[in-house]
Design a protein around this ligand. Structure first.
Ligand code: ZN
Ligand code: ZN
Length: 339
């Protein structure tokens, strides 16, 4: 079968590798869709904290069970893949925080991922498989993981409506905007310095502002955003490089949904601002299994419409050129649907 393999920094190969054998008590899933995440692009170019090489990347995907040695799964079952392999027994797992599992492994990072035709899941790993409705659009289920990460972040703040500012109009910033709109936020503003990211593949009801990190303040004022926001979500490293807390309403929240670029430290937060104006800063990385199930349910029940993303569909062989297109922002989301 074919697989994509990261062999070094900026080195991605499409290779023939042996088909997997059915693991004892597990299943083999034939991939139907696997989306390329911004993190895949970043870790190919810059490496990543959790990346171990060589590695088959891919952590957003869905497929069909074609072989099974487990009574919970039958041939033909449609499943989406939760990106983490968690123990289910540690205190974090028992609290439902599976992304903080003491022994978490992540597909495509420190465990081979989904950019291959067939993926084996052993009796421990099948916890990562979530049944989805067979009548639904399986290709769309590749978007459940990024949506689940947004849900996981959203669940960490108490602000549940009002106004929100999303910094970064990449796929995840756009999905975050769609989530907040579906949850009842009455004003969602997305800012980015790249006009092409703001012109397409943005939820219809989101407002957009083109600006760079040095002019966020004047751009917001020019658009009459002088009262600040109930929620600010930096979805890209640039979003951390300005004094965003000054634009939070008293009692407002900020979700640090993106990390810094390597070697950059923005340790200039004014603690008195946080204290006197009762601001809340929350970090969020990845998603829990329950967030993933919520994301699937939202997509299945049409509680969120992600059709605005209009992803480009491509084959496994086209991954290298798709990564270039994502890097150059000529496309916002790519879903591999030919393996
Ligand atoms: Zn992702
Ligand atoms: Zn655990």
């Amino acid at each position: 079968m074919k697989a994509a393999l990261i062999t070094g920094l900026n080195q991605l190969e499409i290779r023939e590798i042996p088909d997997p054998l059915l693991p004892y008590g597990g299943v083999i899933v034939k991939m139907v869709s696997a989306a390329i995440c911004g993190t895949d692009v970043k870790m190919l170019l810059n490496g990543h904290r959790d990346l171990v090489l060589p590695r088959i990347p891919g952590h957003e995907g869905a497929g069909v069970v074609i072989e099974t040695d487990n009574e919970s799964f039958k041939t033909g079952d449609v499943v989406a893949v939760y990106p983490g392999i968690y123990c289910g027994r540690c205190l974090n797992c028992l609290d439902g925080n599976t992304s903080r599992c003491d022994s978490i492994k992540i597909y495509g990072f420190n465990q081979d991922g989904l950019f291959r035709a067939l993926v084996p899941f052993d009796s421990n790993e099948i916890k990562s498989l979530v049944h989805v409705r067979e009548s639904g659009n399986i290709e769309n289920m590749a978007l459940a993981e990024p949506l689940a990460c947004c849900i996981s972040a959203y669940n960490k703040v108490h602000v549940k409506n009002g106004s929100a500012l999303i910094i970064g109009a990449g796929s995840v910033g756009s999905i975050f905007a769609a989530l907040l709109l579906s949850k009842g936020f009455n004003e969602v503003v997305v800012i980015d310095r790249e006009r092409q990211k703001l012109e397409g593949q943005i939820p219809v009801n989101a407002k957009t502002i083109e600006t760079d990190v040095n002019s966020i303040e004047s751009s917001l004022k020019a658009h009459n955003h002088v009262r600040g926001f109930d929620l600010i979500v930096p979805c890209c490293p640039d979003g951390l490089n300005w004094d965003f807390w000054r634009f939070m309403k008293p009692g407002g929240s900020a979700l640090l949904f993106s990390g810094n670029n390597r070697g950059v430290d923005n340790n200039n937060i004014d603690m008195n601002e946080i204290h006197y104006r009762e601001l809340v800063l929350a970090g969020s990385y990845g998603c829990n299994a329950r967030d993933f199930r919520d994301a699937i349910r939202m997509i299945e029940d049409d509680e969120i419409d992600l059709s605005f993303l209009s992803p480009r569909f491509a084959s496994l062989d086209e991954i290298p050129e798709c990564i270039s297109a994502l890097k150059n922002s000529t496309v916002k989301k790519v879903i591999i649907n030919k393996f």
